[in-house]
Ligand binder design. Structure first.
Ligand SMILES: [Mg+2]
Length: 280
């Protein structure tokens, strides 16, 4: 989850002012925590609440049902406190609706906010079920679900110790062809808010990286919807590399007290970022 928040904050000042190079200051004037961070934290809070509400570990259906309900509740409650954090038009309407319904979206918001599903799961099957539970409340278009599930799969496999080539193979076979290099798309990739034009690029930025920071720099360097591309890439890079302490400290300084409290609770709640015992 932290990797998504870092990617979002670093990318925030480049979303409408793309920077097509890997050479830049990670944090600087104009950086802020946008909707990507805030909705990621709302989902983390929903997962924590669903876990304490559904006591029986065997009640899977009950857990996923409560998780969907609490995702709606928390995305609305937290979202209404940050109306200017960068919501897209339809999602803004959903946040403030008295009767929030899924609206068949395949926007990349599905993928940028989903990482807590992958970081809290004990198996890939559980991760995908969590991903779908938090996604279908808004992004119930098949491409929306697919974007969330592809991101979740990459994160979960990285947590379980899969190599980059194993992750790339799985994503290529089950989700998106990864038949391009980021150097080839850097000049022509453009702003696009769909999952299908954001998630494969973000995954490729991770696959071609050599460190957490390098993954974030790759994501910014292709331009487009920079905060969201970097949030998705960052969430996968966190699972593979971990997050350097200095980058973590700089990013957390951008969270206000309420957001920081959710983050700190999550750190105490979430299982280890990486574990060999996870079932793929
Ligand atoms: Mg954003």
């Amino acid at each position: 989850m932290l990797g998504a928040i870092i990617g979002d904050i670093v990318g925030s000042r480049f979303e409408f002012n793309n920077h097509r190079s890997k050479d830049f200051e990670l944090f600087g004037s104009g950086c802020f925590a946008t909707d990507d961070s805030i909705m990621t934290l709302a989902i983390a809070k929903a997962i924590m609440e669903a876990t304490s509400l559904v006591k029986s570990a065997n009640d899977h259906a009950g857990f996923y049902r409560e998780l969907s309900r609490l995702t709606v509740e928390n995305m609305q409650q937290l979202g209404r406190k940050y109306p200017n954090c960068g919501f897209g038009g339809r999602f803004y309407g959903w946040v403030f609706s008295d009767d929030p319904q899924p609206y068949n979206s395949f926007g990349n918001g599905a993928a940028m906010r989903v990482s807590p599903a992958a970081f809290s799961a004990n198996s890939l099957e559980d991760a995908i079920a969590r991903s779908e539970a938090v996604t279908r409340v808004t992004h119930n278009h098949p491409e929306g679900i697919k974007g969330a599930n592809a991101t979740t799969t990459a994160i979960f496999m990285a947590r379980a110790g899969a190599s980059k080539s194993q992750i790339g193979k799985e994503i290529s076979e089950k989700y998106y062809p990864l038949n391009f290099k980021i150097d080839e798309i850097r000049e022509t990739y453009h702003f696009n808010e769909t999952c299908q034009e954001t998630v494969p690029q973000a995954i490729q930025c991770f696959l071609e990286s050599v460190s957490f920071e390098d993954a974030i720099r790759n994501a910014i360097s292709i331009g487009g919807d920079s905060d969201t591309v970097a949030a998705i890439t960052g969430s996968i890079a966190e699972a593979h590399y971990g997050v350097p302490e200095d980058i973590k400290e700089e990013a957390l300084a951008y969270l206000d007290d309420e957001l920081l409290a959710i983050y700190n609770k999550w750190v105490a709640f979430a299982p280890p970022c990486q574990s060999d015992s996870l079932k793929q």
